[in-house]
Design a protein around this ligand. Structure first.
Ligand code: DGT
Ligand code: CA
Ligand code: CA
Ligand code: ZN
Length: 578
């Protein structure tokens, strides 16, 4: 195969470059608040909010975008023209991936990190753990036994230990989607799917598994080895290649015949325990199930292999969606009438640029929701107590008029004037009670005070749930998967309060959050807690999160009937006005 032309640089590549530049510059400047870091961050947000094709723009055109400075524009052009950015390459050498990983540990800021490296020679997690064990961290200036213990706990919670390092789904899924698209574009490839824990919507991913259907595996393997994400080849054979990405994430790509694609995707999606249950079921029927197909053991004849659905059918099972394949009852007895993306009739946690962190206008956000075919929408900009991002009562009243004006253009979609209320440290909420009661719809969420005790946090949540102006609880724990642990709660007590007060529990579809988590959703379903699946969009590009929210709901076995934003308008409005 001839050397492929250099791949054109996409918006996703530019975004990835800027993210990396921000991470590396934070280390270099020893502060996330440094002028340079803030300039790159500002530019990244501005480019995300920009609708035009960035890759075709000149440096001069780029700097015309509000927020994009000359330094960023030059680097973007450098990436487009040469395929790399010299400054990034230089910083990468100074801060290898293993070292960058250390900067993700809460409590270990760039200044401390520099000190730990210079004084103790720590370059990676293993060495950091050794230094903690030897009680060396506490000897550094501004450090002590308490901060040392805090960092030790953070390492444990993030699972950042050598080979056990798991990647948050928010980092793995976009990469997998890009790889799948690139492989689909290869000649001779008929189907591509990512499988494994990622397809089952696990919160963290050990490695990415991709299955390709093609009758010509050799050139597919060559293309995989030459892929720009493949910085290190682990193994490569005729039908399987494993490589590492720059961040150290492993990707396994396997090529199978088109006729065996169903059996292969079923096998590599797992889970292992689900596979074992299916294989046992096959044996009970005189059949053999493996990654090539479902076979009759007497005649060796293939019973099913082309599609997953045909295999489940031959095993007398309904099609089991991937998020349920965890051997937690899905092959025994009835499945619920699961919520699906097509059932969703509205988004009920949705920001505009009225919020300090919102990046699209009311008109644009509403237009994008209408394009989804939604019947209703709740605009829930931040309440007044969220420093810098919130709005005063007066601003909210003006906002109501703006929303009412935009509403006129969308007769088929009801746009609600809502609010995302902050749950204070004691469970108190934004605004006066009377004012709060004016909103058409509210979602109340925790945004601060993450280190109270379980008892305090539980009380805090229940106080908010009992407030008569609260319709739903947003992102229950406030976690960022793999980055920030959420608040700790007595989940049973919180779920009981949700039922008693008829308040809905949000499943937030942002990949960093996926909060409430699927195991909490399943416990909520057992108690018939009402659920609501939202995107928490802050920009018109974020509405696709609804799919991830739905998959998380499925992983929690959520039936359609409990999901309030799958209800017809009449039923939904009766519920919020009850
Ligand atoms: P991960 O990568 O740790 O997040 O989790 P998975 O589930 O993606 O696991 P992985 O990548 O080791 O293997 C992918 C799938 O392949 C797994 O979900 C089920 C299947 N598989 C792997 N090893 C075995 C095995 O020993 N027995 C069976 N029945 N299936 C296996
Ligand atoms: Ca995997
Ligand atoms: Ca694997
Ligand atoms: Zn929000």
């Amino acid at each position: 195969m001839a050397a492929p032309d250099p791949k054109p640089v996409t918006t996703a590549d530019i975004n990835a470059m800027l993210s990396e530049l921000i991470t590396l510059t934070t280390l270099e400047e020893e502060s996330p608040q440094s002028f340079k870091v803030r300039a790159y961050e500002k530019a990244k947000l501005a480019l995300e909010a920009h609708s035009g094709a960035i890759a075709g723009m000149s440096a001069a055109e780029l700097t015309k975008i509000d927020g994009v400075g000359k330094a960023t524009a030059t680097k973007i052009r450098e990436l487009i023209e040469t395929g790399s950015v010299e400054k990034v390459d230089r910083l990468r050498e100074k801060y290898p991936p293993e070292f960058v990983q250390l900067s993700k540990i809460p409590g270990l800021g760039p200044k401390t990190l520099k000190l730990v490296r210079a004084e103790l020679g720590v370059e990676n997690v293993e060495q950091l753990k050794a230094a903690i064990e030897a009680e060396q961290l506490r000897t550094l200036p501004r450090m002590g036994a308490t901060s040392e213990a805090k960092i030790a706990k953070a390492i444990e919670r993030l699972g950042l230990t050598g080979k056990d390092t798991r990647t948050p789904i928010a980092d793995a899924l976009p990469l997998a989607e890009r790889l799948v698209a690139d492989l689909e574009a290869l000649p001779g490839v008929s189907k591509v799917a990512f499988c494994g824990s990622l397809r089952r919507m696990s919160e963290t991913i050990g490695d990415i598994d991709i299955t390709v259907a093609s009758s010509k595996p050799i050139p597919v393997m060559e293309a995989v080895r030459n892929h720009p994400e493949a910085v290190d080849i682990v193994v490569s054979g005729d039908t399987k290649t494993s490589f590492l990405t720059r961040s150290g994430l492993q990707v396994d790509v396997r090529v199978v015949k088109s006729s065996q694609f169903g059996a292969a995707t079923l096998y590599f999606t797992g889970s292992k325990a689900h596979n074992i249950a299916l294989r046992q079921r096959a044996m009970d029927r005189g059949l053999l199930l493996n990654e090539y197909g479902l076979m009759d053991t007497e005649t060796d004849k293939v019973v099913a292999s082309k599609s997953e659905a045909s295999i489940y059918k031959a095993l007398d099972l309904p099609y089991i969606p991937p998020p349920l394949r965890e051997a937690s009852g899905e092959t025994e007895g009835e499945l619920p009438d699961l919520i699906q993306r097509k059932h969703i009739k509205g988004d009920l946690h949705y920001h505009t640029d009225r919020s300090g962190d919102g990046r699209s206008s009311v008109a644009d956000m509403v237009a994008e929701a209408a394009a989804q075919g939604y019947a209703y929408l709740a605009i829930t900009d931040h309440g007044e107590d969220l420093a810098i991002n919130g709005s005063s009562a007066e601003e909210m009243l003006e906002h109501r008029d703006v929303i009412a004006e935009v509403q006129k253009s969308y007769p088929d979609m009801t746009v609600l004037w809502g609010c995302e209320l902050n749950i204070g440290p004691d469970g108190g909420l934004d605004y006066e009670d009377d004012f709060r009661a004016l909103f058409d719809y509210t979602v109340a969420s925790v945004h601060s005070h993450f280190d109270q005790s379980v008892e305090e946090q539980t009380r805090r949540l229940i106080t908010a749930i009992e407030d008569p102006t609260v319709n739903s609880i947003g992102h229950l724990t406030g976690r960022y998967i793999g980055r920030r642990p959420g608040i700790e709660l007595d989940i049973d007590k919180v779920l009981d309060a949700l039922v008693a007060n008829d308040v809905a529990l949000e499943i937030n579809g942002a990949l960093q959050r996926l909060d409430a988590a699927s195991d909490v959703v399943r416990r909520a379903v057992d108690r018939e807690v009402k659920l609501v699946i939202n995107t928490d969009s802050h920009h018109v590009s974020e509405l696709g999160r609804m799919e991830y929210g739905v998959l998380t709901a499925q992983r929690g076995w959520a039936p359609k009937e409990l999901v309030i934003n799958s209800w017809a308008s009449s039923k939904f409005f009766r519920w919020i006005n009850r």
